[in-house]
Structure formats: C-alpha cells, structure tokens
Write a protein that binds this ligand. Structure first.
Ligand code: SAM
Ligand code: FES
Length: 330
C-alpha cells in the first residue's frame, strides 16, 4: 500500500469493513489463529521523565509510587509459569533505582529459574547497557517511538530526543534483541499523514513487534482534558500495520480494552495476534496509572487468565504454541 492509500484508509469517514476483513485474512495467512499470551509485570511506577501524556510522569504528586523487589518480580514470573504463559513482559517507568545493572540481575534470576522468554520495556539506555540486559537473558525489548511527527514528539516528550529514540531502537537491534516499537493513536495534533508515516516507518524499521494504543488523556498531566484518541483510529492503524508489515507480532492493547469493553476482541479481529494479561500484584495495579479507567486493576492474575481464555474461545481462537519469538528471523 502506498502512503495515499493508507491515508484514505485512515479517514474516519470511510467504511473500514473491507480493510478489517483484509487485515484478518493477512493475519491468518501470516501468523495463524494462535494468540500469544505475554504476562505483564508492571514492576515500578517511578519515572525520571515528564512525558506530557503519561500519568506516572515525574512530578505527579498524586501518584502513589511503588517498586517491586527482585523477589516480588520473581514471584510474578512464577505466576506466569503457573498460568502457562511463555513470556513475561517487565515494564516500568524510567526508574533510576532499577538501572541496567540491577535489572540485569533480576533478568538473570527470572531466566535461570523459569526459562521464560523475557521482554523488557524500560526506556532509553546506552548501547553497552542494552548489551548487558541482553547478555543477562532478556530476549525482546519494547520501545515505542510514540509518533513519527518530530515536532509533536518534542512537544510531548520535552526531556527526550527524537533522534535518540530511534538511535535506541538501532542499538537494541545491534544488541541482538527482538525489537518492538509503536505509537499512540489519536494524539492531539496528530495528522492522518503522520499516522501513515508511522505505519510506513514500522515497515522500514523491520520491527519484530508493533504496539498501538489509543491516546487516553490523563488527569494531573499537561494533557488533562484533551480529546482522547478513538478506538476506530487505533483499529484502523492495527489493520493497516498488519497488511503493511505482514508477520509482526501485534498486541490487542489494554488501552483499547479501556476505551471499549470489546476493544481487544475487535483488535484480534482486524490484525492483532497477541494479548498481554496483567500479572502484577493486585495491590499495585491501580497505581500503574498511565491513564484513567485502566482495565484489569481489580482482578487477580488467575481471573485475567480466565478472562483471556474465555475471550479467545468466544472468538474461535486459541492460545498459540511455543514462545512466540519473532517470525522475521525464523
Ligand atoms: N517508560 C518506558 C517507555 O517510555 O518506553 C516504558 C513504559 S511507558 C509507561 C509504556 C507506554 O505507555 C508508552 O510507550 C506510551 O505509548 C503508553 N502510554 C503512556 N501514557 C499513555 C496515555 N495517556 N494513553 C495511552 N498510552 C499511554
Ligand atoms: Fe516516564 Fe515518559 S513519563 S518515560
């Protein structure tokens, strides 16, 4: 698809039925009917950065901060094993307390004890630090570039840098990670053209995984009260990303389920092939408050597992076999 075709398909006035049907067909041919479950551990909500959209940004005094100990993280990983998930995703703010050295020690423990595939989502570090994390046993890394629009990026991430974000993605690839990136859909000021650029960039970067979620305005941030993104925009992006990038792993994201109780089911029907059930301790979930109304904050990990299995059954899908590593380099 060329850029003009992508822009036309992103237009909210066009009927997305054919687009979704094509994306579903490409998904079936390229990655099959299996859905990979990745257990999400939100291990710290401390963050040194001040991204305008993010509810756990530094300086938000309304957030009750928490940080799981290495033993608690290991316990979450044991829960993943019990629930027969094959991957854990360890995500946090950019917490200086959990620098690469401390994190590498935890990764090594989780890997040695459980043998699970490990995905990290912990932000921007040097090439050497990424290599350290990879050597400790982390297999994959998620780092969204958030938007391909340079001007919008610098407005939203005042203490980050557009070029450095992409340099980090290159470093991750060099370090041997399977690399995921992604964006928010429906950011204030985001044009259809820039969303088309996002999708073309996913392809150009040859990503292994692409995560897309609607922007949801968070109180106590500079973007409080802004218009949120729509599920429609996020689904169109998922569908187009599937068609353009073919065999990437694409999650039906929590933010989609937050905007619409059937948001994740809809994403699985138009290109997505991954779900990330939450396995963080119950008492901390509500405090990982990137945006309001986040789903699954009152459920035990077992309940989330039951919920996703029921969701898959209702869609005629099933859990995928194996670790669900990248299909790009297979
Ligand atoms: N700190 C790491 C980083 O920035 O890459 C990882 C954690 S960060 C909280 C994970 C993702 O949450 C971000 O990449 C962003 O896309 C998403 N996010 C943050 N605030 C959001 C909001 N208000 N609405 C939707 N998604 C949001
Ligand atoms: Fe923490 Fe953006 S606010 S990385």
């Amino acid at each position: 698809m060329n850029k003009n075709e992508i822009i036309a398909a992103l237009n909210p006035d066009s009927d997305p039925a054919d687009l979704y049907a094509l994306a579903d067909k490409v998904r079936r041919e390229q990655v099959g009917d299996g859905v990979h479950l990745r257990g999400l551990i939100e291990f710290s909500n401390y963050c040194r950065r001040r991204c305008y959209y993010c509810g756990i940004r530094a300086g938000n005094a309304k957030v009750r901060r928490y940080r799981l100990s290495p033993a608690q993280i290991l316990d979450c990983a044991r829960t993943a094993v019990r629930l027969k998930y094959q991957t854990v995703v360890m995500q946090s703010g950019e917490d200086p307390h959990y620098g690469p050295r401390e994190l590498a020690a935890v990764v090594e423990k989780v890997k040695t004890e459980t043998g699970l595939a490990i995905t990290l989502s912990v932000g921007e570090y040097s090439a050497e630090e990424y290599r350290l994390l990879r050597a400790a046993g982390a297999d994959r890394f998620l780092l969204r570039f958030e938007t391909s629009d340079r001007r919008l990026f610098s407005m939203l991430k005042p203490d980050s840098d557009y070029d450095r974000r992409f340099a980090c993605l290159a470093r991750l690839k060099d370090a041997g990670f399977q690399v995921g990136s992604g964006v928010m859909a429906g950011l204030p000021g985001q044009s259809l053209e820039s969303m088309a650029d996002d999708i073309l960039l996913f392809k150009k970067l040859d990503l292994d995984m692409v995560g897309i979620g609607p922007f949801i305005a968070s109180p106590e941030t500079p973007m409080a009260g802004a218009d949120c993104g729509t599920l429609d925009a996020a689904l169109r992006m998922v569908a187009l990303t599937r068609i353009v990038t073919k065999n990437t792993h694409i999650p039906a994201t929590t933010a989609m389920g937050t905007l619409d109780p059937r948001g994740r089911q809809k994403a699985l029907g138009c290109g997505a092939n991954v779900l990330m059930p939450n396995i963080s301790p119950m008492e901390n979930r509500a405090d990982y408050s990137l945006y309001p109304g986040k789903i699954c904050t009152g459920e035990q990990p077992e309940q989330c597992a039951g919920c996703v299995d029921a969701m898959l059954a209702s869609l005629g899908r099933q859990r995928a076999e194996g670790f669900g590593h990248s299909l790009k380099r297979a």
